[in-house]
Structures are given as structure tokens and as C-alpha cells.
Design a protein around this ligand. Structure first.
Ligand SMILES: [Zn+2]
Length: 317
């Protein structure tokens, strides 16, 4: 620990009880919604979720606007993250990444932080190029954060990996012994995008991100998962061709959940159009998928242990 960090830590001890007394989502293995919205400013934070393991925020999935504040509010610490996975580089899934990193300056992290994301395509840069444009030491949006990409890393190094994966294949991209990540490419209109399966503490969660969910490999990715997190961004009878190429209707999400045999389905990325259709969407889904269905709200915590099926969640459409 550097001297200034030691001094800061001793100061923090004066105020620690109020912080540490908070009951976090992460008493066991749990999935928490940091942001249940999409790109609209509809009262929901944008897209972001965190996997808790042994009381610590272990893996972050997407980093939309508002999620960094939620992460801190829920007791998340940058020091505890083993990995960050970005589904794609739309702003409602990535805009807060500099906020997470900058917050790390004031923490104690020294270990490198792996970040995974999509390749270039459809007018979008690769993860590596996006990070260089965002926080590169020169000609980026935030050159003062360039230390994170420096080989020596200051205050710590991020390790970006652009994933150019083969369609139809499920690839293990990360495994540190406690947290394993699988990924497969998905269709999100022209936007390069990835769906994820994370396994930790003996539980598996599949996070689809934004996708039309037509990719056959998704059934294998989600097979027997404890939780499938799907983005409900369009109504069942959407006639918006652009939106339909980007997102999956409720019936397709339900068929995936049923075919994969997932234990629970969480619907997130709520937008005005999908919220207005929610009662209909839930009826459609119930006709196809027999398992429990949750509608995400900001801060929602889903325990993945034996209490998963107890009523420790609320449905707040
Ligand atoms: Zn989105």
C-alpha cells in the first residue's frame, strides 16, 4: 500500500462503520441489477449488472449510465472485481466505464483488471480501439486516465481483450479458478455483440445483452442455467423493423428460456414501449415458459443459492 493510500485508509476507518454496516446483496452468490433500463431516460439507470460471490462484487456486466453510482451505493468495490464484460459498445451499456476506472484511483486496487468486449464492425471500434479513444494517453477523450492502459499501470492496469469469436461456437474466455466466463457472438443488428455465461460458486447465469436472440448457440449457452437475464426492449407485436433487428420479442425470449431449461428468467433493459406492453408480454411468456419470471428494477438482488425460489424478490413492472 502506498503511503498516501495508507493515510487515506486510516482516515476512512473513522467513517467505516456507517459504510460497512450496510447489508449488501452479496451475502452469498447473487445477481444484482445495477441498471434495468436502456438508452431512454425513463427513470431507470441504463444497463449494468453485477455478480456477487462471498459478499464481494466479482464480475461486472455492462456499464451503462447510472450503474457506477449504483455499484458504489450497493457496496461494490473496484478492488473486488475479477473481470468486466461488455456485451457491446452502445452508450447505454458502456458510458460509465470511465467513472468506474476513475473511482479506482481512490481505492486500493493494484492487480490488473481484465476487460472483455466485442470486435470492430458496423461502424463500431473494437474494444481495444474504443478504450484507446476513450482513455488512451494521447488524443483520447480522457488522456488523464491513460495510466490504466500503460504497461506499468497507474494506479492499476486494465487488460483489455477484444473477442473475435466464431459464430455458433461457445468459447471459454476467462477462468481464474473462482469465476469462469463463456461467450458467444450474437446478432444485434449491425452492432458486434456478445452474450455471456458466468459460472461462480456453483451457479451459472447467462446474460444475453442486446440481441435478437436468433443465434442457435444461445440454447447451449443458457442450458440449465440458474438464471437467464434477457433484455425486453420491444413489445410482442412490434412493427418497428429497426428495433426488431436489434432486439428479441417476449415470445422468442420465452422459447429460449424453455428450450434451455433455465431455472429463472429476469427481464431487464425496460423501455417505454416494452413497459407499456408488459402485461401482454408476461402473458405471452407464461404461455411458453413455465418457470418464474422477474421484471428487473434498479438495485434488485436475485440470490442464486437455495433461497433462489423464495420470495426475496419483488415484481415492480
Ligand atoms: Zn441497449
Amino acid at each position: 500500500m502506498t503511503p498516501w493510500r495508507a493515510a487515506a485508509a486510516s482516515l476512512l476507518l473513522l467513517f467505516a462503520p456507517a459504510v460497512w454496516a450496510t447489508e449488501h446483496c452479496g451475502g452469498a452468490t447473487a445477481w444484482q441489477v445495477l441498471g434495468s433500463g436502456g438508452p431512454e431516460l425513463n427513470g431507470r439507470a441504463q444497463s449494468g449488472h453485477v455478480l456477487w460471490l462471498d459478499g464481494k462484487a466479482r464480475a461486472l456486466f455492462d456499464a451503462g449510465a447510472g450503474t457506477a453510482v449504483a455499484f458504489g451505493k450497493e457496496g461494490g468495490r473496484i478492488e473486488d472485481l475479477h473481470v468486466i464484460a461488455l456485451s457491446h459498445l452502445h452508450s447505454d451499456h458502456s458510458a460509465d466505464l470511465p467513472a468506474y476506472l476513475k473511482a479506482g484511483v481512490f481505492g486500493e486496487r493494484e492487480a490488473p483488471l481484465p476487460i472483455f468486449g466485442p470486435p470492430a464492425g458496423g461502424g463500431f471500434p473494437s474494444l481495444d480501439d474504443w478504450l484507446a479513444a476513450l482513455i488512451g494517453a494521447e488524443r483520447s477523450a480522457y488522456p488523464y486516465l491513460g495510466g490504466f492502459l500503460h504497461p506499468d499501470g497507474a494506479p492499476f492496469r486494465i487488460v483489455p481483450t477484444t473477442l473475435s469469436l466464431r459464430r455458433g461456437e461457445i468459447t471459454k474466455v476467462f477462468d481464474d479458478g473462482t469465476t469462469r466466463l463463456l461467450a458467444t457472438p450474437v446478432r444485434h443488428g449491425p452492432v458486434p455483440a456478445l452474450a455471456w455465461q458466468v459460472e461462480a460458486g456453483g451457479h451459472a447465469v447467462v446474460y444475453l445483452g442486446d440481441t435478437d436472440a436468433r443465434e442457435p448457440a444461445l440454447t447451449g449457452l443458457a442450458k440449465d442455467a440458474d438464471l437467464l437475464v434477457a433484455n425486453l426492449a420491444i413489445p410482442e407485436d412490434s412493427d418497428d423493423e429497426v428495433a426488431n433487428a436489434l432486439h428479441a420479442p417476449p415470445s422468442r425470449i420465452a422459447r429460449l428460456a424453455a428450450q434451455a431449461g433455465v431455472r429463472r428468467l429476469l427481464l431487464s433493459h425496460l423501455m417505454r414501449r416494452s413497459e407499456q406492453d408488459l402485461p401482454h408480454a408476461l402473458r405471452v411468456i407464461a404461455g411458453i415458459y413455465a418457470g418464474p419470471v422477474d421484471v428487473a428494477y434498479d438495485g434488485q438482488c436475485l440470490r442464486l443459492d437455495a433461497r433462489l425460489n423464495a420470495s426475496d424478490t419483488r415484481h415492480t413492472p
